[in-house]
Design a protein around this ligand. Structure first.
Ligand SMILES: [Ca+2]
Ligand SMILES: [Ca+2]
Length: 106
């Protein structure tokens, strides 16, 4: 809850915490999320590289331009280390779900 190191709870952190609960509710357990993550993480090393992301998007019939790929990796990579890890993937998925259901934070 205090991921950014200060004492106040930032709105984004709160939203993330709520969304993570919500994702769990929607998928009932982590298995569905993990399956989705594994679809992208072909080599099973625990993170999704841009190459893995690009090839899976092609397979799903949505090839990305290099610009779109860079943007997508950047969007998922919340801590900026250049690697898309499982918790980052689920957080982004949560944002997509919330937009889909038009969840309001108020
Ligand atoms: Ca991988
Ligand atoms: Ca990252």
């Amino acid at each position: 809850m205090y991921a950014n190191g200060n004492r106040s709870i930032d709105f984004k952190e709160l939203l993330n915490a709520i969304l993570l609960d919500y994702i769990n509710e929607v998928f009932n357990n982590d298995d569905q999320l993990m399956k989705m993550f594994c679809m992208f993480n072909k080599d099973g090393d625990g993170f999704i590289t841009p190459v893995e992301l690009a090839s899976q998007m092609v397979k799903m019939g949505h090839p990305l331009t290099s610009r779109e790929l860079i943007d997508l990796v950047h969007d998922i990579d919340t801590n900026g280390d250049g690697i898309n890890r499982f918790h980052e993937f689920t957080a982004v998925l949560g944002m997509a779900i919330s937009e889909f259901f038009e969840i309001k934070a108020s």
